[in-house]
Design a binder for this molecule. Structure first.
Ligand code: ATP
Length: 267
């Protein structure tokens, strides 16, 4: 087994000099995911959706499906976070469980891809990863394609706390799934004014209500009325109390949680 892993690393290093000894996230499998599908667009439209996914639930999936309907992605990668920097104190289900649930949730969608980009070299998902590095990594693997970052409005409001967030906003387009009670003006306020393009530079043809801001190189889009109220916290609580989680997560994820006895003990 160890020999096989070493062999994969050797082949990947030869294929991808940037990966060798670099701080890029992702492992051999994450690289193999690149250039996998028959393209619908040129350049291809690649979306990434990161989260702790503890567990992935129907709120995540309905936001992803709504984004997909609007932008018609070639691939949408769900990236379970290794240890989200903003949730370091929170106990998370081990990475392999969160990845397994993401994989099960992706099964019915041909271009929804469970991603190991933050699994780390040993696939344990125990290292710290920052979104800006993950996006750089995808830009490298999908060089020349159009990259979108899907995020919930609650998470977007916290973005000024993220590593190199001003750079992050300029690396790819953003799609914000609005959440109940968050006004678009509040989303605009967290964007630094100097990255916003001058009004006469606007190239976007979408209705203004669907664009939060046009930046110099990228666009921040808004998806209205797509989010449900489901949260992973609710799912964990219900499972902990032995209550039904039917309808909150996909049927396969529900079955997995029950079979593995996840969230029975909450820390
Ligand atoms: P928790 O309850 O543990 O904080 P969560 O339900 O917010 O978790 P995360 O995995 O932390 O789920 O979220 C990943 C991403 O999905 C974030 O960008 C978050 O804003 C977004 N998101 C979470 N729930 C929803 C929802 N119901 N609708 C739309 N987006 C959501």
């Amino acid at each position: 087994m160890k020999m096989i892993r070493e062999r994969i690393k050797y082949v990947v290093r030869r294929l991808d000099p940037l990966w060798a000894g670099s701080t890029f996230p992702g492992g051999a499998l994450a690289i193999a995911q690149g250039h996998r599908t028959a393209a619908k667009h040129h350049p291809r439209r690649i979306a990434i959706f990161g989260g702790s996914f503890d567990p992935i639930h129907n709120g995540h999936l309905s936001a992803a499906r709504a984004a997909d309907r609007r932008f018609n992605f070639d691939e949408l990668h769900f990236i379970p976070a290794s240890r989200p920097p903003h949730k370091l104190k929170q106990h998370l289900a081990p990475f392999p469980h969160r990845f397994a649930m993401v994989s099960l949730a992706c099964t019915e969608h041909p271009h929804f891809v469970p991603s190991l980009a933050e699994a780390g070299e040993d696939f344990s998902g125990t290292q710290l990863h920052y979104s800006v590095d993950t996006v750089r990594y995808f830009r490298h693997v999908y060089h020349g394609d159009r990259l979108f970052f899907i995020i919930g409005a609650d998470a977007f409001l916290d973005i000024p706390m993220w590593k190199e967030y001003e750079t992050l906003l300029t690396l790819c387009d953003f799609i914000i799934a609005n959440r109940p009670g968050i006004r678009p003006e509040a989303l605009r306020l967290v964007i630094p004014p100097d990255v916003i393009a001058r009004p006469d530079a606007k190239k976007e043809t979408e209705p203004p209500s669907q664009v939060v801001a046009q930046l110099h190189k990228t666009t921040i889009y808004l998806l209205e009325n797509v989010s449900s109220d489901v949260s992973a916290t609710d799912v964990r609580r219900q499972a902990h109390k032995g209550q039904s989680i039917h309808g909150l997560v996909s049927a396969r994820v529900e079955e997995y949680i029950l079979k593995q006895g996840l969230y029975r003990d909450l820390r």
